[in-house]
Design a protein around this ligand. Sequence first.
Ligand SMILES: [Zn+2]
Length: 219
Amino acid sequence: MSKMRDESVKCPDCNESMVFVVWDSLNADLSPAAKEQLLDGTLFSVTCAKCQKKSQVHYPLLYHDMKNKLMIQLALSDEDAEVFKEITSSKGDDPAASIIESMKDYKYRLVFDSDDLREKAMIFSHGFDDRVIEIMKLLASLVFEDKHPGSTVTTAFFYDKPEYMIQMFIKGGGIAEHTSIMSMYDDFKNQYQAMIEEKSKNRIVIDREWAESVMSNIS
Ligand SMILES: [Zn+2]
């Protein structure tokens, strides 16, 4: 089920009141239009009718993709994160446990930024494994920094247009793209599968730090 409500927000530029749709939970299969908005990056943005300025609205959201058996919580506070951790790890007579039991082979992810939620949703919608992608992002970043001494990759994202790629944001400005690395996806997946499974047991945060812990075991 999707759960949404209208909320009034103020334009940060001209203070005009605007109505913004807040999705407390977004079911990708039942609300495909909202899923598309998440993927194209417009779900969290609002345009002021008076001054036309675009701004971002931040709020916690639970993303549910039934087709890919996936739940992602976007948490903006420790409290949001704790609630999700409890739900995904609860056992015994907790009423939530029965839900979890029926969703045993589900993947759960916890993210702290709407860009990360968007990226994870995108990765899974293309049938990729975010754990493999996270390792590829790390490797692409290390390769880039090796080729360009003195440069630092601050963040890297999987992106799907015009083709699959790893997009890297460079400290001080600039974006670098690594497309050919995606042709190695299957090899990566097969090569690191066992390590990935072992390292991701009961893990709901799959990020660069996690990828680093995997790679430190490999090299
Ligand atoms: Zn405005």
